[in-house]
Design a protein. Structure first.
Length: 301
C-alpha cells in the first residue's frame, strides 16, 4: 500500500529492538492485548481503520471495514472486545465497541454527553465493571483542553474524575483498580500525576521535568511515561497504599515516531511496542486533511 509507511517493533527495557513480522503500513496508536499476544493498531491512509495483529503468526487483519474514520482502539479488560473512536470529519464522534474479531457487529458505547460544551469524547480504559474512562474535549478555538470522565457502557451520563481549568488527559488505571495516573499541564507544562481512583483526593506528582502518557506495568510495580523521545520508568507501590519507591529512570530513547500522542504500548512481558518509520521508504512528506477534528480526539501533537 502507498502512503507514509511505518514499522512496528518490539523494544526491551534496555532499548534493544526486534522487528514484528508484518508488512509496513501506516501504523499508529498500538495497543497490546491484556495477554500480550495481540496488538490493536490504527492504520492509515485516512479514513483510518482498526487492524488486529498477531505477531506470532505474522498476521495483520482489518477489523473495521466500513470506510468510516476509526482510531485509538483499546481492549476490554479481558481482551474479548475492543472500543474505539469512530467519526466523520466535521461531526462529533462516538465511541464504538465490538467483539475483537473482523466483521463483528458494532455497538455505540456513548456520544458526546453535552454538545453545547464538549465536542469530542475518547476512551483509554475499559474497566472490569464495564466503565469506559477517557477524555472529554472542548473545541473552542485555540483552547482545546480535556477533562477526564467515566461512563458505564451504553450510558449517556458521564461522571467527572479529573476536571480543572487546564488540560487533563491520558488516564491509566493501575492493575488493582485503585490508582488513576494521568497527565496535566496545571503546573504550566505537562507532568504525570497519580490520585486515588475511588475519590477526588490529592494528586501526587510523579514525573520530573515533564511527562505525558502514563501507563502501568502489568504487575503494578512500575509506572511508565514518555518525556519527549524518552521512555521513563518510576518504581512504585500500588497496594495497600501508593508510594514512589524510586525517582524516574530512563529506560531508552530512540528514533521512534512520537509525532503523535499514544504511539507506544507496554506489553505484559515488560517489553514495549513502538512505531518507527520504514527505512526503505526514504523521507516522505505527510499531508493531513481534516486534521483539526482528529486533533480534538488525540490531543496536542
Amino acid at each position: 500500500p502507498g502512503g507514509f509507511q511505518r514499522m512496528l517493533v518490539r523494544v526491551d527495557r534496555y532499548g534493544r529492538e526486534s522487528p514484528i513480522n508484518v508488512e509496513p503500513r501506516g501504523y499508529r496508536f498500538p495497543s497490546v492485548s491484556p495477554d500480550g499476544r495481540r496488538i490493536l493498531v490504527t492504520v492509515d491512509p485516512r479514513p483510518s481503520a482498526i487492524w488486529l495483529i498477531d505477531p506470532a503468526l505474522g498476521q495483520a487483519l482489518p477489523i473495521t471495514t466500513d470506510g468510516v474514520h476509526s482510531i485509538l482502539p483499546i481492549w476490554s479488560w479481558d481482551g474479548s472486545h475492543i472500543a474505539y473512536l469512530r467519526f466523520t470529519p466535521g461531526r462529533a464522534g462516538s465511541l464504538t465497541w465490538m467483539l475483537a474479531r473482523p466483521g463483528a457487529e458494532r455497538h455505540t458505547a456513548f456520544r458526546v454527553p453535552d454538545a453545547r460544551r464538549w465536542t469530542e469524547v475518547g476512551a483509554r480504559i475499559w474497566t472490569r465493571t464495564n466503565e469506559l474512562i477517557g477524555p472529554l474535549y472542548n473545541g473552542r478555538p485555540n483552547q482545546i483542553r480535556a477533562d477526564i470522565a467515566r461512563t458505564r457502557l451504553g450510558d449517556s451520563t458521564s461522571t467527572s474524575l479529573v476536571a480543572s481549568p487546564t488540560d487533563d488527559r491520558d488516564p491509566s488505571l493501575s492493575p488493582n483498580g485503585q490508582w488513576l495516573a494521568y497527565s496535566s499541564d496545571i503546573s504550566g507544562s505537562y507532568e504525570v500525576y497519580v490520585r486515588a481512583y475511588a475519590d477526588s483526593g490529592t494528586a501526587m506528582l510523579i514525573s520530573t521535568r515533564g511527562g505525558m502518557e502514563p501507563q502501568w506495568s502489568a504487575d503494578g510495580r512500575e509506572l511508565y511515561y514518555r518525556a519527549g523521545t524518552r521512555l521513563m520508568s518510576v518504581a512504585v507501590r500500588s497496594q495497600p497504599d501508593f508510594a514512589v519507591l524510586r525517582p524516574p529512570q530512563l529506560l531508552f530513547s530512540g528514533p521512534f515516531d512520537f509525532s503523535q500522542s499514544l504511539n507506544w504500548s507496554p506489553s505484559p512481558d515488560g517489553s514495549f511496542i513502538m512505531v518507527k518509520a520504514d527505512p526503505t521508504t526514504g523521507r516522505q512528506l505527510r499531508v493531513v486533511f481534516n486534521w483539526f477534528e482528529e486533533l480534538k480526539s488525540i490531543g496536542r501533537q
